[in-house]
Design a protein around this ligand. Structure first.
Ligand code: AFP
Length: 354
């Protein structure tokens, strides 16, 4: 890169801050009163704090486990607990949210609405997804989903039942990926926009406007260690992806699996690909959580032109039954999700045997 182009790229005057963007676009949102904008700001403040701690993780005593097993039966990492605490604190301080559901907490957490705000929002989140990667310095993320409580429910009376809405009712969803740079990506149902954190000024700046995922790509993200526990249809699809076809530039597909859903999703959305966490013989519901992993990412990928299903049904149309329920997930470029479906249903094109 020449000196002049570096100077060009360093001119931050061209970039909008997240706050400016939220204010400019808040009129697109039907309940626009400023409350939702403040909620997003609260999320972004927590993201910056988590980012700061994560960047110093090897220097502070935040590697390793807390010794607690969370509601999923998974060992809680210190960073899981810290991220949960920071997001809850920011939302509590902000007063725009009346209920929080978190992977790190068995029950929904009620928040007292402050007198100045109406606090009509529910935030469901995985504060730190992919946390088993933290100690080895691999990208992780935060995933969130935002709902409104029904108009006839006073914020102080909101309960988990008010949070158990299908994904189609989400008013916003997003994620933060703490990677080689830190990005916040979100949608309110009007496209997907991505903001990169400039640590020198402490602001998220609009860097990826109106993200669209390619119709198809060459990336397949799946834990193939579970291959022998997959359904035959899925195995056939994986085998098909690995075949060479001179007329198909996307095959053989590349296998890329970080084991950190946010990071795998982010890469695939930008480059074209499919992420799959299917049901297996031992785990018929897969591993990922509907309310704060599958639904928000389904909202994002659909807004980016992609698809998300559980192998049979569109993710966002599933009727939730509990906060921590799991679902199989097939998500990514639309043609690839369609093709996976065809294989799962046994309607796929004849496979070559040689
Ligand atoms: P952790 O947060 O416990 O690391 O789980 C991460 C995750 O929910 C998702 O981010 C990964 O894609 C998936 O699990 C990895 O699971 P496997 O290790 O079973 O492939």
């Amino acid at each position: 890169m020449s000196d002049s182009s570096i100077a060009e790229h360093a001119d931050l005057g061209d970039f909008k801050t997240l706050e400016q963007f939220i204010l400019e676009t808040q009129s697109e949102y039907e309940h626009s009163s400023g409350s939702f904008s403040r909620l997003l700001r609260d999320m972004s403040v927590a993201a910056k704090i988590v980012n700061r701690d994560m960047r110093r993780a090897g220097l502070l005593d935040i590697y390793g486990q807390t010794g607690i097993t969370n509601v999923q039966g998974e060992v809680q990492k210190k960073m899981d607990a810290l991220a949960h605490k920071e997001f809850v604190l920011a939302l509590r301080r902000g007063g725009e949210c009346c209920l929080i559901g978190s992977e790190e907490h068995a029950e929904a957490i009620p928040i007292d609405a402050s007198s100045e705000s109406d606090g009509h929002y529910i935030v469901l989140m995985d504060p730190l997804d992919g946390s088993s990667n933290i100690d080895v310095n691999v990208s992780v993320g935060t995933i969130f989903s935002i709902y409104r409580i029904p108009d006839d429910v006073p914020p102080e009376e909101a309960t988990l039942d008010d949070a158990l809405q299908p994904g189609t009712d989400q008013v916003a969803a997003g994620y933060i990926v703490y990677g080689s740079s830190t990005m916040l990506v979100y949608t309110t149902g009007h496209g997907v926009n991505g903001f990169t954190l400039d640590p020198s000024i402490g602001e998220f700046l609009l860097s990826h406007r109106n993200l669209q995922t390619p119709d198809r790509g060459s990336i397949c993200s799946i834990n193939s260690g579970n291959y022998h526990a997959f359904d035959q249809g899925l195995r056939d699809y994986l085998n098909w992806l690995q075949e060479y076809d001179e007329n198909d530039p996307n095959r053989p597909a590349k296998t890329r699996y970080i084991g950190s859903f946010v990071s795998d999703f982010h890469r695939n959305m930008l480059m074209g690909g499919i992420y799959m966490y299917p049901s297996t013989q031992g785990n018929p519901d897969g591993k990922l959580r509907l309310m704060y992993e599958a639904n928000p990412m389904a909202f994002l990928i659909e807004q980016a032109g992609g698809k998300a299903t559980n192998g049979k049904t569109r993710i966002m149309e599933l009727e939730p039954e509990s906060l921590h329920q799991r679902t199989p997930l097939f998500i990514g470029s639309p043609d690839m999700v369609d093709r996976a479906h065809a294989f799962l249903q046994g309607n796929a094109p004849q496979q070559r045997t040689s």
